[in-house]
Design a protein around this ligand. Structure first.
Ligand SMILES: [Zn+2]
Length: 319
């Protein structure tokens, strides 16, 4: 058997313990420096490399390669030549990896490992490397609108920062941890890709916003509708609780009860028939002693819509 296409000569065949061993030897054209590709090399012996390859039926097949060790006359490197049929430091051929990948589409990794008589970690390694090659570094060229957010994994023990392409919905970057540091590799890749980002949607984290403005000065930062409404609702609840505690022993206790919707309403939408203007005045009266939160609530009440809608995780576009 001579495998002309791959450049290997067949030496001999053995059967050992149910395994098929095919001894092969690379042809002279493959003997070149792995570093500078020079053919001007001196032979420095041979070592054997065992590579699992696609089985014949249920019989495991090994290619036993006689791999020449060479000394390069051009660059001085002394090393084994590279085999095109296998990746460096792997104990299987590329064909075997493709075979494993095809099987993992139809069965679990453990099933594949048991069927082929290899360790579960071998199958996992093949799948992981494939996923990394295929999806590890999606191109950032042409990226225009992105969203940055964090997710917690392992029940909150670990955080990941995700960058998403808002046009395609694809995740284009996953950073370890959260905060500005986790985005550093993304900014480096983005710079190399020369993508021109038009707008970035983030939550209200100062770390993310700061990082965005540092690396994309002048870009439009869009705050997620959900996060803005959530913050406003949280602050409103906080203020009402504070006031409620404050007024617990005083007559104003009942004033705040039922005032939430009035506080959220636009002024012009207040209903005179239900004395909503008066109730708003009563509710806001005691608040004047709490300058910061009160002011922000009043602003919200005036500029907001008449009702808060249930929070939606949509991204609104604004300047
Ligand atoms: Zn060389």
């Amino acid at each position: 058997m001579e495998r002309r296409g791959l450049g290997y000569d067949y030496v001999r065949q053995e059967f050992v313990g149910g395994n098929v061993l095919l001894h092969v030897r690379p042809k002279g054209k493959l003997v070149r420096c792995p570093c500078c590709r020079s053919r001007d090399v001196l032979h420095r012996g041979v070592s054997k490399r065992w590579l699992r390859t696609v089985p014949v039926g249920f019989k495991p097949v090994w290619l036993v390669d006689e791999v020449p060790r060479i000394g390069c006359a051009s660059c001085g490197l002394v090393r084994r030549i590279e085999l095109r049929i296998a990746e460096p430091r792997r104990r299987h051929t590329k064909a075997f990896a493709r075979f494993v990948l095809a099987l993992t589409k139809a069965m679990t990794m453990l099933d594949v490992a048991m069927l082929l008589g290899v360790g579960w970690d071998v199958v996992k390694d093949i799948l992981k490397r494939h996923l990394h090659r295929r999806f590890g570094k999606p191109s950032l060229a042409g990226l225009e609108y992105i969203a940055i957010d964090e997710i917690s994994v392992r029940k909150g023990h670990k955080y990941l920062t995700l960058v998403m392409d808002l046009r395609s919905g694809k995740v284009v970057f996953v950073g370890d941890g959260r905060g500005a540091d986790s985005l550093r590799p993304f900014w480096e890749r983005l710079k190399r890709s020369r993508a021109r980002i038009r707008a970035v949607a983030t939550d209200m984290s100062a770390a993310y916003i700061g990082s965005v403005l540092e690396h994309l000065p002048g870009v439009a930062v869009v705050l997620d509708h959900f996060h803005v409404v959530k913050l406003m609702n949280d602050r409103l609840t906080e203020v009402r609780r504070m006031l409620h505690r404050e007024l617990q022993d005083k007559m104003g206790k009942n004033v705040l009860k039922g005032s939430r919707w009035i506080l959220l309403k636009n002024l012009k939408n207040l209903n005179p028939e239900r004395q909503e203007h008066e109730r708003l005045q009563e509710a806001l009266g005691p608040m004047s002693r709490w300058p910061r939160p009160t002011t922000s609530k009043r602003n919200c009440a005036r500029s907001g819509t008449s009702r808060t809608r249930p929070p939606r995780p949509s991204v609104s576009s604004s300047g």
